[in-house]
Design a protein around this ligand. Structure first.
Ligand code: GLN
Length: 305
């Protein structure tokens, strides 16, 4: 079986090679603009924990919005409250940092995987635990087995310094009474979460939490099967912003992207896939990572459909 996976990944690499470096690195967070675009990595992890990788799969990159999946998992996993009173579950059809729908939807964001929705989920986790950043970092450390996994403070400060859109989103929600904690504190936790750096191998291991339907690396459960299924449904419908339809069409797996160029995809019950290339397309999703996932599902036939 191992040779089969290696053969699949070699073919993925062949298909992606001409596009490594394609797209544009995110430059609205100045620290991310410094990343070399000519990089690419891909890892598939089996639910048994075997890893198969190609390219720069141990190079760490900025996790950015991929953290939104794990923050939501933490809130849903401990929840005796209803976070769904504070954020909807519909695709937005707008950019991940758009203010447009918030005003006429009474400060309730369309879904937890665009910035305003994720800021609310971080606010909820901060209110629940007293330290949203550490709760997330520790979960990721435990699921990856990497005790040194951490935030990159330069990226976090760089985002905080230039993050007026996120401030506007958070204050608008606060104006509607949809923030529990002070906005500056919530945003401080949010940017440190986004600035966590992780490699494809580590991200694929973390993603097994969903591939195993909520079961953690240590065998305990963070989520029940229904909660894990619902998070993956949100990844499919909302995980790649206003390109979610295109991703479902091309790849057919629940995916979550981040502007650091990573994409996490799950084949439920089987695999977690992590792809990374810093160059983004116009909707903020990595060009080479999306092509790699498309090649993977093309070659193997694995999809949720
Ligand atoms: N930290 C980024 C932001 O808030 C995350 C966006 C993303 O990865 N799409 O803008």
């Amino acid at each position: 079986m191992s040779e089969y996976y290696d053969g699949v990944l070699d073919e993925v690499m062949e298909r992606v090679r001409p596009y490594v470096g394609a797209g544009t690195v995110a430059d609205y967070i100045p620290q991310l603009a410094k990343v070399d675009p000519e990089q690419f990595g891909f890892t598939m992890a089996t639910v048994g924990g075997d890893l198969h990788s190609i390219g720069s799969a141990t190079t760490r990159f900025s996790m950015q919005s991929i953290t939104k999946v794990f923050t939501l998992a933490l809130v849903m996993g401990r929840s005796d409250h209803n976070v769904w009173a504070r954020v909807h579950r519909e695709p937005s059809g707008n950019a991940f940092n758009s203010l447009y729908q918030l005003e006429f939807e009474n400060g309730i964001a369309r879904n937890p995987f665009i910035n305003p929705g994720a800021i609310v989920v971080t606010d909820q986790l901060l209110n629940d635990t007293g330290d949203a950043f550490t709760a997330l970092r520790d979960l990721l450390r435990e699921e990856t087995g990497s005790p040194d996994l951490d935030t990159d403070h330069r990226t976090a400060s760089s985002e905080l310094a230039t993050g007026d859109r996120n401030r506007a989103l958070a204050y608008l929600m606060s104006g509607f009474g949809n923030m529990l904690e002070p906005v500056p504190e919530v945003l401080d936790h949010y940017v440190r979460q986004c600035a966590i750096t992780i490699s494809c191998e580590e991200l694929a291991l973390a993603g097994l939490l969903l591939a195993r339907h909520g079961r953690r690396a240590d065998g305990t459960s963070l989520l029940d099967q229904g909660q894990a299924r619902r998070i993956m449904a949100l990844m499919l419908t909302c995980g790649t912003y206003d390109a979610a339809g295109e991703f479902a069409y091309r790849i057919g797996l629940p995916c979550k992207s981040g502007v650091g160029g990573g994409i996490l995809a799950i084949v439920p019950g089987r695999y977690s896939l992590a792809a990374w290339g810093p160059g983004l397309g116009e909707k903020g999703n990595s060009v080479s990572a999306a092509l790699a996932l498309e090649a993977f599902t093309d070659i193997t036939g694995f999809s949720v459909f």
